[in-house]
Design a protein around this ligand. Sequence first.
Ligand SMILES: Cc1cc2nc3c(=O)[nH]c(=O)nc-3n(C[C@H](O)[C@H](O)[C@H](O)COP(=O)(O)O)c2cc1C
Length: 319
Amino acid sequence: MKKIIAFSGSNNPDSINEKLVQSIIQRYSEYDIRFIDLKKFDAPIYSQEIQSNGIPQQIQYLYQIFEESEGFIIASPEHNGLPSAFLKNIIDWLSVVTQRFFNDKPVLLLSTSPGATGAKTHLGILAKLVPLWGGILKGTYSLGSFNENFDTSSNTISKEEELELVDNRFKAFISEGTELKSNKEVVQNYFKAFQIGDLEAVLKTFHPKCYIVSVKEEKRPTEQLHGIYRTREEAKQFLKNIVNLFDTKDFTVDTVVQAEGNVVVAKGTFSHLVKSSGKLFNSNWMQWCLVEDGMIKEYRFYEDSAALLEASNNELVEQ
Ligand SMILES: Cc1cc2nc3c(=O)[nH]c(=O)nc-3n(C[C@H](O)[C@H](O)[C@H](O)COP(=O)(O)O)c2cc1C
């Protein structure tokens, strides 16, 4: 990708989303990323009447820049759970030049806010609409708690783990043919990796800051399977505990459904040989996942724990 344009969807002169986008330009300076200041594009609030007198020159000029570019990085502020009216207005104007104004080119969506969620509510909405505007969505990234996680003196994100996420998103953005997987595909890939026993691949599907609940939502001794695991590091222990406890004979996935928001729900059956007893533990299972940035952020897995007790010689193996 040669020419990339980057802009913020804010008309705030001291915009934190502009700071975020500038930090990205600075971090990946070996790429040809041109900052576009949308505030300089004078566009009235869209109306059909104004359009009937012609599309504003500034919008036509902006569209020309879009046509010449090969990719888009957009940092979008959130106002009441939605994109800013300023950005929406630019989108409305571009869409009357042509509905697919991103012209089948890659798009990376960013957002930040002083709040913990980093304005990700509206980013999910924009992400769904990017294909309608002809964009190939390559990734989304939201930086939460801007004031704590961004160093304005050096103009950089100050948390290593956040930089790791940004690097992953940027890498996906500039590589060929890696359209952002749907949330459902993320979970389906998790199952595929699990079914062939590729535990490294399973681990990669977990978000570095994941929260895992295996049946019981409570603190757990390290070796115990059921309980809470936090972070990808602890997810390693989760997988280790499964392998130590069971020899999996069968694991079927019957249903994977995309629910509201970024939630994916799945159900199926498994047959584990309990290593300590030599008995089969057969169960239905249900899994609830919250997907973020193409990874599983929150994961809740439920199974027939009474059947596990039975398959473990009726001894209470876990308190
Ligand atoms: C009217 C209004 C509504 C807002 N709504 C949200 C919101 O829904 N979610 C959020 O994270 N921040 C919200 N904020 C806070 C913005 O994230 C904050 O003002 C931020 O600086 C906007 O980004 P910008 O500086 O790039 O314009 C809101 C701010 C205003 C003024």
